[in-house]
Ligand binder design. Sequence first.
Ligand code: NCD
Length: 308
Amino acid sequence: MKHLLSPLDFSLEEVSHMLKLAQDIMKNQEKYSHVCDGKKLATLFYEPSTRTRLSFEAAMLNLGGKTLGFQSADSSSASKGESVADTIRVVSCYADICAMRHPKEGAPMVASQYSRIPVINAGDGGHNHPTQTFTDLFTILELKGRLDNMTIGLCGDLKFGRTVHSLVNAMKRYPNVKFIFVSPDELKIPQYLREELTNEGYEFEEVRQLEDVIGNLDILYMTRVQKERFFNEDEYIRLKNSFILDERKLSLAKPDCYVLHPLPRVNEISVEVDNDPRAAYFKQVQNGVYVRMALILILLGLDKQFDI
Ligand code: NCD
């Protein structure tokens, strides 16, 4: 049985198939509206979410299936001390597939070891967020027509931001992709990721000022400072406004440098940027539904019947 815990769980061919399927779903939604009749998706969310949970639910509903689940650890038996291993054994009796978000790195992986149904990692601590990453890839492909030969700037909380770690892992597999990491010293990419990129020979740069590099970027991926992962509130307050993208800064970017953000935005993108044709973050939200529809079909083995 296939699970989705990291973007690297899919080979490049599998990613390409999934993106094609998501494109077909986007163009022909009606064709897919009964594929999951009688199937159930469980959403096990031990951490807050708006987009990821609702887009999973929308995806399953669009496919004709149904959803069940919980939205916080407090409203599940986790609050009574039940382990993830036991919870997933139970949920395996109720649903055909599940999406799990958890504050602990590796929790969905543990779940997958005890599960009788496919487990999708919907974000584990500061680690990975593969379904957001595949949404990001889909959006970049839609906007630029390619995933190779580009310079991507990742800006904000690169230390705790799981969407950043996941996206770097997924994008480094495409030829001639260069990363420019923009953050204050305190929020630089984790040492393990820096070592991996260095040892594997990938091209990257780490800088402090967005203005110095924004003109070189093909994609700018903005992120929120991850308040919930700080040990010290004062440190969060000191760093939370480190970068604010406004029209003045964006005027230094190329005319086809698109701005992505996994959302939620706090104040790292000024609302005036929303009207700029390069602002792509709300398109990303819509794309997330198509991508999650494709992933549900693939993990349930229901994609084979479609000739795409
Ligand atoms: C992200 C997450 O949960 O990691 N949100 C999302 O799923 N779109 C980003 C964030 O919370 O900052």
